[in-house]
Design a protein around this ligand. Structure first.
Ligand SMILES: NC(=O)c1ccc[n+]([C@@H]2O[C@H](COP(=O)([O-])OP(=O)(O)OC[C@H]3O[C@@H](n4cnc5c(N)ncnc54)[C@H](OP(=O)(O)O)[C@@H]3O)[C@@H](O)[C@H]2O)c1
Length: 300
């Protein structure tokens, strides 16, 4: 099975390429300039030349604060481009997986969010991603929308790298302790999407619709930061103290949900896959990032 994955330099795309190795799945990564979500006319020729069995749209404008200042660009990349990709895949009879976010919720629930809960995004990012979900759903009936959360990995930019990088230059870090979610390792997210792809191959069709897939266990940013620095210390990596602060003390353009925990039971039931526990996965990501930095002399 050949899968075209957009967002070739992103955490998820790179993880899909790694996790598909050794299986009978070929991942073709595409990104700028050959596929540019700001210019969806670039989609046609790539779809034609790759001729995939399935498309996973992992590209997105993920700069949550930046998007507050550029909503038009956010909607073009996160909503209009997925709409066009979904339309083209429907015309070519190709299914599509659209990856979305916990930030479609307002975070006011005290329970983990299920697929049946009503979204109420509070940011341009959340609004544009929700519009992307709706567009894919209406343009291509053979689709999955998979919402995930707090993605980290040894690749690209993420919270684990930010904390390790900050600890290289500062002795004391302040981290928000009253916002909760499910940290998700990108390899786990990739494994889940590959399980869904295999399901599609075996059944020649999806259980169409919406799924949540996030790491197991609830955490605050503060708890994650403590875990990162504990492991870093044990491995001889950067060291810093962490001070808990409340979300109101953290100046950011886009408000973050207080609780964006996702209930991933439906995905586990239908595709037989659960992501790993966040503590285990954060520990191994820290190990990998420190090992990588020994080679490239930097944690970015
Ligand atoms: N990261 C998270 O914490 C998180 C949480 C919830 C949901 N998600 C969702 O999960 C999916 C994968 O996220 P990720 O963490 O892998 O994101 P990521 O590491 O930020 O990667 C996003 C990719 O999208 C590409 N991209 C941005 N603008 C583009 C454009 N105009 N045309 C083509 N490609 C473009 C980027 O390309 P360049 O490398 O060239 O910039 C990058 O490779 C996204 O749908 C995201 O919304 C992520």
């Amino acid at each position: 099975m050949k899968i075209l994955v957009t967002g070739k330099n992103g955490q998820l795309a790179r993880s899909l390429a790694v996790r598909a190795q050794g299986h009978d799945i070929e991942i073709v990564l595409a990104g700028r300039p050959e596929i540019d979500h700001a210019n969806p006319s670039t989609f046609v020729s790539v779809l034609k030349s790759v001729a995939p069995h399935l498309v996973i749209n992992a590209a997105a404008h993920t700069g949550v604060d930046q998007q507050e200042d550029e909503p038009q660009r956010a909607f073009r990349i996160n909503a209009e481009a997925p709409a066009e990709l979904a339309r083209l895949t429907r015309l070519a009879a190709i299914p599509i997986i659209q990856v979305s976010t916990d930030y479609v919720f307002d975070g006011k629930s005290s329970e983990p969010y299920a697929e049946t809960d009503k979204p109420n995004p509070q940011t341009v990012y959340g609004l544009s991603k929700l519009a992307g979900e709706q567009a894919v759903r209406s343009e291509n009936p053979d689709h999955l929308v998979v919402r995930t959360a707090w993605v980290f990995s040894r690749y690209g930019r993420n919270f684990v790298k930010t904390i390790l990088s900050a600890a290289q230059t500062r002795k004391r870090l302040q981290v928000v302790a009253d916002q909760f979610g499910n940290p998700t390792e990108a390899h786990d997210l990739a494994d889940g999407l590959l399980a869904a792809a295999r399901f599609w191959r075996e059944h020649q069709g999806f259980l169409q619709g919406l799924y949540h897939l996030a790491g197991q266990g609830r955490a605050s940013w503060y708890e994650v930061a403590r875990q990162i620095l504990e492991i870093s210390k044990a491995m001889g990596g950067p060291i810093a103290d962490v001070e808990p602060i409340v979300g109101d003390q953290w100046v950011a353009k886009a408000p973050r949900p207080a609780n964006s925990e996702l209930n991933s039971e439906r995905f586990a039931h239908d595709f037989g896959y659960r992501a790993g526990d966040w503590r285990d996965r954060v520990s191994s990501a820290v190990g990998n990032i420190i090992a990588d930095s020994v080679t490239c002399h930097d944690i970015r």
